[in-house]
Design a binder for this molecule. Structure first.
Ligand code: ZN
Length: 204
C-alpha cells in the first residue's frame, strides 16, 4: 500500500507586465473548482519564494483570494515581544475580501513583491484597516488590523483590485525604475523561484 502522496505543487509566479495582474478579481463561491488544493498550492508557492503574502492573480487567476503568513516577521529582534507574538502563526486565507475602512496618518514602509523581484521601494499607506472576508471554510469575519499585518493585507488586497505597489510611487521614482520593470517583463532577471514572464509568452 502506498502512503499518502504529497500533492502540493509549486506554481509559477506571474511577473510584472502580465495583464492578469491588472484585472479586478472576481468573487468566488465555495464551489470554485479544487479550491482547497489551490490554497495549499499557493501556500507552497509562497513559501518556496520566501514570501509573506500571495494573491491569486500572481498565479494567473483573477479571483478575490489571497494568503498571508507573517511568521517570518516574528524573528525580527527589533520588535516588541507582543508584536513577535502577533506575527507568530499569523497564517490566514482571505476570500472575497472587502476593505471597509482605512484610517490614520499614512506611514512609510519598504515594500517588495514576488511579481516584481529585486525592486523594493518605500510606500505610504494608512496604518489601520477594517476588512470583511471569508476564510477557507467560507465563514465570514470582520476584523481590524494595524501596523505591519495591515500593511501586508493592504498590499495583497491591492493585487485583487489590479493594483501594484509601484503604482503608488511618485512619477519620478516610477521613471527611475521603468527600465528595470521592462526587464522583469522580459525575464531579464535573476530569480530563485519559478516565474512566468509575459513577454516570453507570445508566439514568434
Ligand atoms: Zn505583491
Amino acid at each position: 500500500m502506498q502512503s499518502k502522496i504529497k500533492t502540493e505543487m509549486i506554481l509559477p509566479i506571474v511577473a510584472y507586465g502580465d495583464t492578469v495582474l491588472r484585472k479586478k478579481g472576481d468573487p468566488i463561491a465555495k464551489t470554485y473548482p479544487n479550491l482547497d488544493e489551490l490554497i495549499e498550492n499557493m501556500f507552497e508557492t509562497m513559501y518556496a519564494a520566501s514570501g509573506i503574502g500571495l494573491a491569486a492573480p500572481q498565479v494567473g487567476l483573477p479571483i478575490r483570494l489571497f494568503l498571508v503568513d507573517a511568521t517570518p516577521f516574528a524573528e525580527d529582534e527589533d520588535i516588541s515581544p507582543e508584536e513577535q507574538e502577533q506575527f507568530k502563526g499569523f497564517k490566514h486565507t482571505f476570500i472575497n475580501a472587502q476593505i471597509l475602512e482605512e484610517e490614520g496618518d499614512e506611514w512609510v514602509f519598504n515594500e517588495g513583491c514576488l511579481s516584481i523581484p529585486d525592486i523594493r521601494e518605500d510606500v505610504f499607506r494608512k496604518p489601520m484597516i477594517k476588512i470583511q472576508y471569508q476564510d477557507e471554510n467560507f465563514d465570514t469575519h470582520i476584523k481590524t488590523f494595524d501596523g505591519i499585518i495591515a500593511r501586508i493585507i493592504q498590499h495583497e488586497y491591492d493585487h485583487i483590485e489590479g493594483i501594484l505597489f509601484t503604482d503608488k510611487l511618485s512619477p519620478l521614482k516610477r521613471r527611475l525604475i521603468k527600465g528595470k520593470l521592462a526587464n522583469i517583463s522580459k525575464g531579464k532577471i535573476n530569480v530563485d523561484y519559478k516565474m512566468r514572464f509575459p513577454a516570453l509568452k507570445k508566439k514568434r
